[in-house]
Design a protein around this ligand. Structure first.
Ligand SMILES: [Zn+2]
Length: 569
């Protein structure tokens, strides 16, 4: 293919602001060095032309938006040079962080009462996050998810009554600004933390939320991107992290494999995956800007999620509630503010699909404003449009089916799999979480059979009828397969695997030697399994036994004996 190249013109404007304007001219050699001498990433738009597809682009550059065949994207220099090889005409756009310039506010205390019409400096942000815990020690803990090489931190506020205890509460997570230049919800998250903490005990709605949910809010997932221009300004914010990587393309992907973007996991990604693995969030959202839509799984493939109707219901509620507070066409992208991710455009390596596929969470990607970084003075308006939906979405994690799974003998909590036959696929099953053993399953109205299983236990299925805005509590006890079997057993003998299909192994935990091994039916009849009896006194072939329960008698050299039960599968 003959390559077409473009020419752009860069104008440096007075002060700290660079504005790049462009015109598309073909057959000219693009001075890529010049673009990237100004900023580490380019923001550009182009028309998708055959035979190139979004799928081709998703691993090459960071696609940010697609409308019909018009693409908006970001790229670091390496990605951009790859893109140039496609020979597609493009236009370099002004970085979204520079559409409106605002001074970041350093001393928040000067802003009392809080008006939320400013972007904080990085030090002000850190001090706000720690101040929440200082001001509300019974309700808030400021958690450091990780400290980056830059020294900046990934922080979250954990908000709950009983903030230091492991409770039977669903864990909920809000995160904003994984794209460092999408900052509308950065400030809304800070405001939401303040609202929940200050309203506890006086406002019934916020009180119920803190009493019922363990809430985690991380307002700023990409501090190095947001404060790319230094800790005291967000006017040079980048989408990508300090390493030039789009972190919302950097997660393991169900279709694209562990490194769909070809980059190593960034330190932010590793910290976040650890955080998610430790906390077992049941529901979450990741806030972005650049569009106005609730985007739900999957982003990576066209197959609809098992709970597609539930996703659509929750997304619809978010968008429709926004429309009540702003009916002027705000939040109406795609299907009036809601979309399946892949139907909009495919991405690989997004956090949403990672959270849903590997963490069995329910995470959507919520794009809250077409303008990625609105003028600070407009931030309170967005709060007015969005805060009811932010609360509604969180309240959805109070509904569905939930309970605690325990061992029927010991009462110990179990991490059990909760699977719905004929419904679940693509990793949509959930797991109960330790140390409490609580599970939580969100479902669209209907009747479902939930099967609880855990290795070493008989699985159990319960039937539950689900309706919207209601909760069904169902605690489940799983019976260990060895229940009752241990009673006649000397603990000095261990038989495994049990249940067994073929060879079982017999280990002793005393100082004795085995002199004889015998197998009996439940009626006490001696059985010679497989006709070969025992070749080694420490192994036994049970493959010929009819499935069922048998006694295994082990006689020691001192003529004492121990009996165990063995289950033939
Ligand atoms: Zn984004």
């Amino acid at each position: 293919m003959r390559l077409k190249f473009l020419l752009f013109q860069a104008f440096l404007v007075l002060g700290t602001t660079f504005i790049i304007e462009a015109q598309t001219v073909t057959n000219q050699v693009q001075d890529v060095n010049e673009i990237f001498s100004v900023r580490p990433e380019a923001y550009f738009t182009f028309q998708l032309t055959d035979p190139v597809t979004v799928h081709d682009l998703t691993r090459m550059i960071s696609v940010d938006n697609v409308k019909n065949k018009q693409i908006w994207a970001y790229a670091n220099e390496k990605e951009f040079r790859q893109f140039l090889k496609l020979g597609i005409q493009y236009t370099i756009l002004k970085p979204p962080c520079q559409e409106f310039l605002d001074d970041a506010v350093d001393n928040i205390s000067l802003k009392q009462p809080l008006t939320w019409d400013y972007y904080p400096t990085y030090p002000a942000y850190e001090s706000m996050m720690s101040q929440y815990e200082t001001n509300y020690p019974a309700l808030c803990r400021t958690i450091t998810i990780g400290t980056l090489s830059s020294g900046r931190k990934l922080l979250a506020c954990k908000i709950s009554s009983n903030v230091d205890s492991a409770m039977n509460k669903p864990r909920f997570l809000y995160v904003s600004s994984i794209h460092g230049d999408e900052l509308t919800c950065y400030v809304q998250m800070l405001r939401l933390i303040d609202l929940l903490l200050s309203g506890y005990g006086t406002n019934p709605r916020y009180t119920r939320l803190l009493d019922s949910i363990e809430i985690y809010i991380c307002p700023l997932a990409n501090p190095d991107g947001t404060y790319h221009g230094g800790n005291s300004t967000v006017n040079q914010a980048t989408r990508e992290n300090g390493n030039g990587v789009d972190m919302n393309r950097n997660f393991p992907d169900p279709a694209g494999g562990p490194h769909p973007d070809g980059n190593a996991w960034q330190e932010e990604t590793v910290y976040f995956m650890e955080f998610a693995s430790q906390h077992h969030f049941v529901m979450s959202a990741n806030f972005h800007g650049g569009a106005e839509v609730v985007n739900y799984p999957w982003d990576t493939w066209s197959q609809l999620a098992a709970d597609d109707n539930w996703w659509n219901f929750v997304g619809r509620e978010f968008a429709d509630t926004v429309h009540v507070y702003n009916s002027t066409g705000y939040f109406t992208d795609l299907d009036n503010g809601v979309t399946n991710g892949y139907a909009w455009y495919e991405i690989e390596g997004g956090r949403q699909d990672y959270m849903n596929y590997w963490q069995h969470c329910r995470e959507s990607t919520i794009e809250v404003s077409s303008t990625k970084k609105p003028p600070a003075s407009q931030l309170p308006n967005f709060w007015n449009y969005l805060n009811h939906s932010l609360l509604n979405y969180m309240e959805q994690c109070l509904y569905g089916v939930r309970g605690i799974v325990t061992d029927s003998v010991t009462g110990d909590p179990l991490r059990a799999k909760v699977f719905i036959q004929g419904h679940d696929f693509d990793s949509s099953e959930v797991y109960s979480a330790l140390p409490v053993g609580n599970y939580h399953r969100f479902l669209y109205p209907g009747t479902y059979n939930l099967t609880f299983s855990h290795p070493g236990y008989y699985s159990k299925t319960i039937n539950v009828q689900v309706s919207n805005y209601s909760i069904k509590f169902r605690d489940v006890q799983l019976v260990p397969i060895t229940a009752g079997i241990d009673s006649p057993v000397d603990k000095s003998v261990r038989v495994y695997p049990n249940p067994a299909r073929g060879i079982v192994r017999i280990d002793l935990y005393n100082n004795q030697q085995i002199s004889r091994v015998e197998v009996f039916s439940l009626l006490g009849e001696t059985i010679d399994p497989c006709g070969n009896n025992v070749k080694s006194l420490h192994t036994l072939d049970v493959s010929c036994l009819i499935p069922g329960v048998y006694f295994l008698k082990v006689t020691f050299e001192n003529n004492e004996s121990a009996v165990s039960r063995i289950v033939k599968e």
